[in-house]
Every structure is written in structure tokens, then in C-alpha cells.
Design a protein around this ligand. Structure first.
Ligand SMILES: Nc1nc2c(ncn2[C@@H]2O[C@H](COP(=O)(O)OP(=O)(O)OP(=O)(O)O)[C@@H](O)[C@H]2O)c(=O)[nH]1
Ligand SMILES: [Mg+2]
Length: 213
């Protein structure tokens, strides 16, 4: 047998072993306040017992990229190791006055707005490093906006596999159909992190998506 064939054979075996051992870098992206950290925390807690970051009703709670490495997720007997990456909410306009509604002092609100703006830049920078991305949206909000179009466009350009999650389906105003209509070429999974609704389907989709990497 020619040496080249034998060499290629071993090369393939080694690269397969390596590929299986590597972590899948999974990013959580989306507008602020949609439940990215809540979802990342829930997954992390289910499989490691720990959380990734703080959650708040005040938008732009996450202002730095935060992650948890070597999270082994088991679903229906299959196992995959992830690096879960929670990102700051992406927004086109960040106005400190928005935070005053939450009884924040002016100085604190201005600082939060400044950090949130930096956070948006950081989120975008990290995109290149992702193997796959979950775009989290609030199912009660209008999905047709510049932020969502920009995020999806960026991912398509980078050929990164995408799953769209419509969170907060526990709320009366939630409208998954509208989100499906806005992104017809993507899988849309409706969930409620708050009540743990439909998370099984979410895990199923994550495992399916990993095959597209
Ligand atoms: N009703 C409802 N509220 C939720 C759900 N998931 C998260 N929330 C709430 O939504 C708010 C924002 O949650 P976060 O997880 O901080 O959202 P985020 O997308 O990480 O926000 P940023 O860090 O600001 O980008 C909090 O008050 C959560 O308790 C859900 O399934 N249903
Ligand atoms: Mg967050």
C-alpha cells in the first residue's frame, strides 16, 4: 500500500479524534433584556451546578462577554462539550436616560451606558470565535428591527450555524409565528426559561445544529 494512503488514513483518524474532543464554542447573542444570561445560566446550572452571570430586569446587565468552559451536555445518551459564551445585548442606541426609569442615579446610569456601548463592540468582536450561535429574542417584541437583521447578516456572512430562540412564551403577548415569519430560513424554538418550558426541544436543536459546524 502506498505510504501516502497510509499517512492520510492516520491523519483522518487523528483529526476525527481531535474534532470529537474539542469544545463547541456556543455563543448567546441578541438584543438586551431578552433572557440570554438566564438561558446560559439555566444550561450551565443543569450540567455543572454553576451559573455564568447576573440577570436583571434593567437592560444591559451583561456588559462584558462571560463564559464557562468544558460544559458537558448530555442529551438522549449523546454527549457534547461546550464553551458557553454569554454576550452583552446588542443595541443601536444606548441612552443613559433609559436607566433613570429604574431609579438609577445619573452618574451610575451614564457609566452603565458607556460600559454597555463597549459591550456591544465586544459582542461583535467575539462573533468570529464562535462555532455556532443561539440568537435569543423576546417573543413579545417586534422581531423586525435593525439589530436582529445585523446579527443574522453577520452570522450568515461568517457561515456560522444559527438557531433562533423565542424566549418568554409564558407571557400573553408572545407571538412565535411573527418571529418565524421574520426568519423563515431558520429554525425557531419557542421557550420560557422562567418556567423551564420547551427546553428539551431546545437541547435537541442544539445537538442538531452542532452537526452543521
Ligand atoms: N417572563 C419571562 N421573563 C424572563 C424569561 N427569561 C428571562 N426573563 C427575565 O427577563 C429579564 C432579562 O433577563 P436576562 O437574562 O438578564 O437578559 P439578557 O438578555 O441577558 O439581558 P442583557 O444582559 O441586558 O443583554 C430578567 O428580568 C429575567 O428574569 C422568561 O422566560 N419569561
Ligand atoms: Mg445578560
Amino acid at each position: 500500500m502506498p505510504v501516502r494512503i497510509i499517512r492520510n488514513f492516520f491523519k483522518r483518524i487523528f483529526s476525527n479524534i481531535f474534532k470529537n474532543k474539542k469544545e463547541v464554542k456556543l455563543g448567546f447573542y441578541g438584543p438586551p433584556n431578552v433572557g440570554k444570561t438566564s438561558l446560559a445560566n439555566r444550561i450551565c446550572k443543569d450540567f455543572t451546578g454553576e451559573e455564568i452571570g447576573s440577570v436583571s430586569k434593567v437592560p444591559h446587565e451583561t456588559r462584558n462577554v462571560q463564559f464557562k468552559e468544558k460544559v458537558e451536555i448530555e442529551y438522549k445518551g449523546k454527549k457534547l462539550t461546550f464553551k458557553l459564551v454569554d454576550t452583552p445585548g446588542i443595541a443601536t442606541k444606548i441612552d443613559y436616560e433609559e436607566f433613570l426609569k429604574y431609579k438609577m442615579k445619573k452618574g451610575e446610569a451614564k457609566e452603565r451606558a458607556k460600559e454597555a456601548t463597549q459591550g456591544v463592540i465586544e459582542s461583535i468582536k467575539w462573533l468570529d470565535d464562535m462555532d455556532m450561535v443561539v440568537i435569543v429574542l423576546d417573543a413579545t417584541e417586534n422581531p423586525y428591527n435593525q439589530v436582529n437583521i445585523t446579527i443574522v447578516g453577520n452570522l450568515v456572512a461568517r457561515k456560522i450555524p444559527v438557531l433562533i430562540v423565542a424566549n418568554k412564551i409564558d407571557l400573553k403577548k408572545a407571538d412565535i409565528k411573527k418571529i418565524e415569519a421574520a426568519f423563515p430560513e431558520y429554525d425557531v424554538i419557542g421557550i420560557s426559561v422562567k418556567y423551564g418550558e420547551n427546553l428539551e426541544e431546545f437541547y435537541e436543536s442544539i445537538f442538531d445544529l452542532s452537526k452543521k459546524i
